[in-house]
Ligand binder design. Sequence first.
Ligand SMILES: [Zn+2]
Length: 190
Amino acid sequence: MYTTKKKYIFVVFTAQLLLITTIWGCSYNKTSPDILYDQQIATPLNPQTYRSDCDTLLITCIDYRYAVANQEFINETLGLKDNYDHISIPGSIYNLVNPETQGLLFSKFELSVRLHLIKRIVIISHIDCGAYGGSASFGSEIAERETLITDLTNARRLLIEKYPTLEVNLYIESLAKEGDGLKVNFEKIP
Ligand SMILES: [Zn+2]
C-alpha cells in the first residue's frame, strides 16, 4: 500500500519534526527566563488523578488545528477529564497499520495498557492529514474517507488481536464552516 521510499521519507520527517520541536522548545525557554526563573507555576490536579490507573488511551494526530477540539471532545463530550493517557503522533494510527513501523507504536501503547490498566482506546483520525499527503493526495473526498475508515478499522482489528479485552472506539474529525469561523465535527465509525 505504501512504497518503501514514502515510508522512509515519513519516518525521517517525523524524526526531524521531533528534533525541531525539541530544539524550538529549548530556544523558547532560553528566551523566556521570566517564566522559568522568576515565577512558580503550578497547575492544580484533581485528587482522583493520584491513583495509578486510568480508563482510556487517546491516540490522535499532532495537527494543531484539532488540538483544542480534541481536548474538549475527550474531556467534556466523552467525560474522561483526568482519566486518559494521550499519545499524539503524526497521522494518528497511520504508522500502526504499516507493518514496518507498527512494532514501535505497539511498544509505546503497551506502556499505557500494562502500567495504567486502560479499558479502552479512542482513536481519532482527521481529514486533510499531512501524514497522508493531505486531502489533495486522495483525488476525492470519498476516497479519502474510505482510506481513513480502512486504516481505522484495521488498527482496531490489530489492537483487539493483541488486547482482546479492550474496547476500541474510532472517530474521524473534519473542519466545517460555521458562520465566519470553523468548527470541528466528530464522526463515530462503527
Ligand atoms: Zn494529521
